[in-house]
Ligand binder design. Sequence first.
Ligand SMILES: Nc1ncnc2c1ncn2[C@@H]1O[C@H](COP(=O)(O)OP(=O)(O)OP(=O)(O)O)[C@@H](O)[C@H]1O
Ligand SMILES: [Mg+2]
Length: 356
Amino acid sequence: MNRTIDPSVVPINRPRALAPARILGIESSCDETAAAVIENGRALHSNVVASQIDLHAQYGGVFPEVASRQHIRTIYAIVDQALHQAHLTLADVDAIAVTRGPGLAGSLVVGINMAKGLALGRNLPIVGVNHLEGHIYSAWVYPAGENPTAEPQFPLLALLVSGGHSELILISGHLQYRRLGGTLDDAAGEAFDKVARLLGLPYPGGPSIQKASEEGNPKAFQFPRARLEGSWDFSFSGLKTAVLRLVRQFEDDRRPLPVADLAASFQAAVVDVLLTKTVKAAQTFQAHQILVAGGVSANRALRQAFLSQSDFHVHIPKLSLCTDNAAMIAAAGYFRFAHGQRDPLDIDALPTWPLS
Ligand SMILES: Nc1ncnc2c1ncn2[C@@H]1O[C@H](COP(=O)(O)OP(=O)(O)OP(=O)(O)O)[C@@H](O)[C@H]1O
Ligand SMILES: [Mg+2]
């Protein structure tokens, strides 16, 4: 009888304590070059992120060629710094977790090749991680040396809102996902970025809209909310068009643009739709708790809205872990590693890799 175990098969829901391990995580899927060291999937020893925001601001978005070249320039130093800040060397690490996708192909391969080089040189196992799974596992992370935060309890209803995604995912156990819905057009973060551009606010749009909103009235304009009853999908293009129409109207009338009121009203519409649908999904699928993650989960109004509802306990990563980082990749990588995943050294980037 062939008793060989296929290492790509990840056993799930195994009711046992997971073996301890220290993971070096590497992330380079878009415009952040990042490395981090995590112990047992939760305790964060170091988290280094080199953002390329200033480099791309002149283009109003990420320029893929520029991003990959910048990753090449910085990745070695970033990994070195992550180990140094953790007071560790590669000899203290049990595995290397790296983002395989989704993301920009030219950016992903830089992180993957760095991981391969280290794995080969140090005879370390390599674990490929889905970037979206990383965002989810950012909710497990707490700073080493501090008291552990409460661990998310399954079944979880996850709202993943980032630059490229707005997904509702039912998570029944570690690494067990059921995608309920996603965006039909713009992702939530993309909508923030596009509307910011319409309002003449700087890139990246999310933080700019949040800042402008602080001076504005969220009820000044009643923007449409695409409820899409009977579906777990989102749509933000109608909302974006409504903002565009109003902006044009103000321009045609040669009236000054009420940027703060427009930003606050747009933000309120996005938050309303995301909160209402997520809570409804959590009730429908009898989730125990809610998890919100991804770059847009840094939004103050969104965090307040989720944390002030009383139906579900909500996990939201700390601010520094909402946008892209490697701590989340190391955390997800730990759970994959502990469940037996080992990837071959010839793994490639998966730029359009759905979470499954
Ligand atoms: N405070 C904020 N409010 C609203 N949106 C924000 C805020 N901070 C960041 N964002 C948005 O989050 C997005 C970036 O998030 P993230 O880094 O997770 O996206 P990404 O990695 O490019 O996309 P994905 O994770 O889907 O591949 C941007 O669209 C940005 O405008
Ligand atoms: Mg991301």
